[in-house]
Design a binder for this molecule. Structure first.
Ligand code: PLP
Length: 382
């Protein structure tokens, strides 16, 4: 019944964990879920209030503009200016997205012909691969390894792949490895993309979730970035708005127009009332973001010191709400955690084969639950 395209999708390893989690819950186990990359904290009140007010205004009830309300695009532009010092023309260099996942899933359609290569980090956000496969592109995995600080080795890409490469996906602060990239690396990516005629899509969903004073750069800060690509960004992680589905693509007018042409033909934009709430989020005080980060930072410290006290070798991340930890076998470790401690973690291999040997903890549960998880782990023989 189904198209071959669906058979080509990578196996959904998370389904196995989900089934096991449901089974444990049915058995009455008090499961601690450190698997989900979804903030447990609520959306700040001023943003919710803004949506409620906007939803009562009938002028928001119609089809939105395909590219997003101009006021929303202006808010994105001024946020980028304030945060990164980047100038963006709201009319041509900003596009509203129905969450950045949507933009990532569609962008390959605009640039990749069947059989052309897409370079995507592995482990990586699974949608990079899905996007490639739906456009009938070929995937070339850019391995992210601990000894290279989880940055891809661009020199190692074979020349026959490079000749047919069209698009590259990467994202720092990184999900799942929690690695960060210096701005100088983005500069190298721009040069590499120019030399090889590759469109770069940088996924910056976690730039605002950072600790110890670290400030993540934007790809758009690199000289020449607009000539080669775009950045996907989102309100989801910054303002605890994952369920709202609102994000943005920013970049050179030509690449933004390409993605826009796909979107005009497949969706009808983000609900105007949500865009208005998005404007409120981007233009109001950013105090709520700092408060969320200090909560995550305390949780990170609790989890990392707890894991180290159990003898695990784990890096303390500067950004994202993930902790990436080396284990022997991802699946075996994750199943053991669930069966013997009632704790859900995500097996690294679910993000690509180079993720095998790692698991990802999400610090999207409170300190009490994280402490309880460490207590339970003390009883398990790993
Ligand atoms: C959460 C996430 C996104 C998508 O967020 P949206 O809710 O679709 O905006 C994109 N990339 C990465 C790496 C993520 O973790």
């Amino acid at each position: 019944m189904y198209a071959k395209r669906l058979d080509n999708l990578p196996p959904y390893l998370f389904a196995q964990i989900d089934a096991l989690k449901a089974q444990k819950r049915a058995e009455g186990v008090d499961v601690i879920d450190l698997g989900v990359g979804d903030p447990d904290l609520p959306t700040p009140k001023h943003i919710v209030d803004s949506l409620c007010e906007a939803a009562r205004d009938p002028s928001t009830h119609h089809y939105p503009d395909y590219t997003g309300m101009i006021e929303y695009r202006e808010a994105v532009s001024s946020w980028y200016k304030n945060r990164f010092g980047v100038d963006l023309d709201p009319k041509t260099e900003v596009l509203a997205l129905i969450g950045s996942k949507e933009g990532i899933a569609h962008v390959s359609e605009a640039f990749v012909n069947p059989g052309e290569y897409v370079l995507a980090t592995d482990p990586g956000y699974p949608v990079y691969k899905t996007s490639t496969l739906f456009a009938e592109g070929k995937l070339y995995e850019l391995a992210l390894c601990e000894d290279n600080n989880y940055l891809p080795d661009l020199e190692s890409i074979p020349s026959d792949v490079l000749k047919k490469a069209k698009l590259m996906f990467l994202g720092y602060p990184n999900n799942p490895t929690a690695a960060t990239a210096p701005l100088s690396f983005f500069g190298e990516v721009v040069e590499f993309a120019k030399e090889n005629n590759i469109v770069v899509v940088h996924d910056n969903a976690y730039s605002e979730i950072a600790f110890d004073g670290y400030k993540a750069p934007s790809f758009m800060q690199a000289d020449g970035a607009k000539e080669v690509g775009m950045e996907m960004h989102s309100l989801s992680k910054t303002y605890n708005m994952t369920g709202w589905r609102i994000g943005m693509a920013v970049g050179g007018a030509e690449v933004i127009a390409g993605l826009g042409r796909v979107k005009t033909n497949v969706d009808s934009g983000a609900f105007n009332a949500i865009q208005r709430a998005g404007i409120t989020a981007l233009t109001s005080s950013q105090k709520c973001v700092g408060e969320a980060c200090s909560i995550y930072q305390k949780r990170r410290d609790t989890l990392v010191s707890g894991l180290r006290s159990l003898g695990f070798d784990v890096r303390s991340p500067k950004a994202t709400f993930y902790v990436w930890m080396k284990v022997n076998d991802s699946m075996i470790f994750a199943e053991k955690m669930l069966n013997e401690a009632g704790i859900v973690v995500t097996p690294g291999v679910g993000f690509g084969r180079n993720g095998n040997g790692y698991v990802r903890f999400a610090i999207t549960r409170d300190i009490e639950r994280i402490n309880e998880a460490i207590e339970r782990m003390k009883e398990v023989e790993f």
